[in-house]
Ligand binder design. Structure first.
Ligand code: BUP
Length: 460
């Protein structure tokens, strides 16, 4: 007997790191395998140009997905924050979205053909969306945009008292989980009223209302953490972790960028790809040392540079950031790009042999899917715990003593040495291929992630 079509509304919060997994999830749910009706809530206006571009490209190539634009009310005053300093624009947007969730009620209530069966919402709106799901009498699933490891730490945050960073060498013990080094905690966690900390703490208190937590991860990759949560050893009230990743890339083939043509001319696995995600603003000094390191390494490289948190603010030219002599000297070995490359396509290219990464969770799971070894250099937030997962799984190495990216000036000599190691480490390359193989087993038909996903849909 044919089952009724489930209709799922997906609700991402701000930033490309949050949007990308939702787009992929939307495409997976609407695929012939899952056959769901999908409504994607597109918060307007997006913070970054990257989000606007991704949304336009996605809806153009997925006409079967229903686009629901959700226009945020214009704030009555720009001084709504007590801080003299302006908050991070992405954090500010998290709050603006959360406080507007109630406005979604009429929009979601009126969805028909068929009526809504469930909401899959970002953790960043957990506190407010659960009320809405109750009012609409539909189940709520929380979508994690980070590792199971960091998510379980966030879930425990309301019960943690973190007062000082004085004992950098010590660690905190969480029920059922491997201990977390104090130095791996995001620094804002030591300031309870920091916008990042307060927002996580608030949303973590509402997790019990969800039916499950969807992870862009897979059993093999984070087995210990997933098992600890799912056997109730972490928090009795926490809904199950549902690992359904690594998500499938969902981009229609875009026009090949010049960097892809450049990669075509490079030998297999010879190029190190360097990118620290969409929100990284590296100092000029660190950019210069990194350039120095890449040049010293003698390796071929594709380097994506950003200097601002929000891409729309980017003003500087490559020529201002890097000496023209550097660009001239390295032009046979490397390519430096400003702003954005199609990372999925970069990973899929056979010339790529290594990745210097901040360990944003999407980047880690993409590298896992393609078996590209990582040199981890975390920048903030969840990224040290993501780096830990990466290293433990055999997908990469992490220079712990470099600290957070931007915390210490790491010299070119050391960077160069580590890049050479990354590119020459045959054992690491084999282990990374094993990760790729395990990822493939998870997402292919009959695999652990595919089974969990189909079960979720079956239950809607
Ligand atoms: Br930059 C960049 N091209 O040039 P993360 C990013 N991406 O396709 P982040 C590109 O954006 P948070 C580029 O493939 C990934 O899917 C990339 O997400 C794509 O890091 C996504 O890796 C970036 O999670 O977000 O941007 O720092 O901190 O929220 O995780």
């Amino acid at each position: 007997q044919k089952r009724a079509v489930a209709h799922v509304a997906l609700f991402p919060s701000a930033g490309i790191g949050h949007l990308v997994p939702f787009l992929r999830l939307a495409a997976m749910l609407a695929s012939p395998n899952c056959q769901c009706r999908v409504t994607l809530i597109a918060v307007q206006p997006p913070v970054s140009g990257a989000e606007s571009n991704e949304l336009s490209a996605f809806f153009a190539s997925h006409p079967q997905i229903n686009r629901l634009d959700f226009h945020l009310p214009i704030p009555s005053s720009s001084s709504e924050f007590a801080d003299a300093e302006k908050p991070d624009p992405f954090f500010a947007r998290f709050l603006a979205i959360s406080s507007s969730v109630h406005l979604l009620h009429p929009l979601l209530a009126s969805l028909s053909t068929p009526p809504l069966s469930a909401i899959f919402a970002d953790f960043a709106v957990a506190a407010d969306i659960n009320r809405l799901a109750d009012e609409l009498s539909i189940p709520l699933y929380i979508v994690s945009t980070t590792s199971a490891r960091f998510f379980s730490l966030m879930a425990c945050l309301p019960d943690l008292i973190l007062e000082s960073k004085s004992s950098e060498d010590s660690s905190i013990q969480l029920p059922g989980l491997a201990s977390v080094p104090i130095s791996s905690l995001p620094p804002p966690f030591f300031t309870p009223d920091h916008i990042f900390t307060a927002h996580i703490r608030l949303n973590a208190q509402f997790l019990s209302k969800a039916k499950g937590i969807l992870l862009n991860s897979f059993d093999w990759f984070e087995s210990e953490t997933i098992a600890a949560v799912n056997t109730g050893r972490v928090l009795a009230h926490l809904p199950p972790f549902l690992p359904i990743g690594p998500y499938e890339p969902c981009k229609a083939a875009v026009k090949a960028g010049s960097y892809l043509q450049w990669l075509d001319g490079q030998p297999n696995e010879s190029v190190v790809y360097v990118s620290f995600g969409s929100r990284t603003a590296l100092s000029k000094e660190q950019i210069s040392e990194l350039g120095n390191g890449l040049e010293r390494s003698g390796c071929r490289f594709l380097w994506v540079i950003k200097t601002t948190k929000v891409d729309k603010d980017e003003r500087e030219d490559l020529q201002d950031l890097l000496r023209s002599s550097f660009l001239e000297r390295t032009k046979k070995k490397g390519l430096v790009c400003k702003g954005w490359v199609e990372q999925e396509q970069v990973f899929a290219h056979p010339a790529i042999g290594g990745f210097v990464s901040h360990c944003g969770w999407n980047s880690v799971t993409e590298a896992a899917r393609f078996g590209v070894p990582i040199l981890a250099w975390p920048l903030n937030g969840d990224q040290k715990l993501n780096a830990e997962v990466t290293e433990k799984a055999g997908l990469g190495v992490w220079m712990r003593h470099w600290g957070w990216l931007g915390e210490n000036l790491v010299k070119g000599e050391e960077i160069g040495d580590q890049i050479v190691q990354l590119m020459q480490d045959k054992t690491l390359r084999i282990k990374a291929k094993k990760v790729k193989e395990e990822a493939r087993k998870a997402y292919e038909v009959g695999g652990s992630s595919k089974k969990v996903l189909l079960e979720i849909i079956e239950n809607l």
